[in-house]
Design a protein around this ligand. Structure first.
Ligand code: IPD
Ligand code: CA
Length: 266
């Protein structure tokens, strides 16, 4: 059964309250984190942080209490992706883990609601700056309750683009993308939280985000935000995108063709 407008609204409101509570916990842990000498790694540049699991447990508890009929999947502990006719919450408790671990105040809680292969709700909370981005399909995107729009800029030579990367894709491919974007005149940056970068694109702070493989818990909330703010997103959920992730390109509609060409993400 499709979700009623009332049930969509209920999830949008609940997701915001729950993301705020999770963000407040994350912010306390960020403030009290140990210094850099105690950093732990599970692999190359892959940080182990107790706070990720703790924040995810809170998200799981609150969402399963509020919506026992929905499934829950988190980056840290996994979970269930529901079959057709039921919804799933997909969460990244702390996106920008490396920033968090090093005391850099650029990380967020990212929460999406997906049903029948479509991302319907996206909430991203940046608790250090007290900013909450929220969107639901057909209802627009907001930052702290005020509607936001994509920047609308169409000239790549004036564009600011964030390019994310990870060891999941060979370095040469990223270097190729960055080279082509720079050669076309774009300012290319990487701030270390793909989810927050998508929220920034939705808010018109930069023109695009591109990554050659993005996990669903990083991508889905931002995808709803960018689309509801009037932006273009490639067909991220194609194939196994919901379970395995895909390349992502989120940008102003004016830049979609040139960036599709330059990045190979369409
Ligand atoms: C990572 C960040 C990064 C992106 C990677 C993600 P994490 O998530 O979003 O910006 O480029 O693909 O894995 O490890 O900070 O949760
Ligand atoms: Ca992440």
């Amino acid at each position: 059964m499709p979700l009623s407008p009332h049930d969509l609204e209920h999830r949008l409101l609940a997701a915001q309250a729950i993301a705020r509570e999770a963000g407040a916990l994350g912010r306390r842990r960020f403030r009290d984190r140990p210094n850099a000498l105690t950093l732990n790694f599970k692999g190359p540049q892959d940080y182990v942080l107790a706070s990720d699991a703790e924040v995810e447990s809170l998200l799981r508890l609150r969402l399963t209490e509020a919506f026992p009929e929905d499934a829950f999947f988190g980056e840290e502990e996994g979970g269930e992706i529901a079959a057709a006719g039921r919804g799933t919450w997909i969460a990244d408790p702390i996106d920008g883990t490396a920033n968090f671990a090093r005391g850099i105040p650029h990380w967020c809680v990212s929460l999406a609601y997906v049903r029948d292969g479509e991302a319907l709700v996206g909430v991203i909370h940046d608790p250090v700056h007290g900013q909450l981005y929220a969107a639901a399909r057909g209802r627009g995107a907001t930052l702290d309750g005020t509607l936001i729009r994509i920047s609308g800029l169409g000239d790549i030579a004036q564009a600011t683009i964030e390019a994310g990367w990870s060891p999941r894709v060979p370095l040469e491919r990223y270097v190729g993308v960055v080279e082509r974007l720079k050669a076309a005149g774009a300012s290319v940056r990487r701030a270390g939280s793909g989810a927050l970068a998508l929220a920034y694109v939705a808010a018109g702070r930069m023109e695009a985000y591109v990554e050659l493989h993005m996990n669903p818990w990083d991508a889905l909330a931002g995808l709803v935000l960018v689309e509801e703010a009037g932006g273009h997103v490639n067909n991220y959920l194609a194939g196994d995108g919901l379970t395995k992730g895909n390349p992502i390109l989120a940008c102003t509609p004016e830049l979609a063709a040139v960036l599709g060409e330059g990045t190979g993400v369409r």
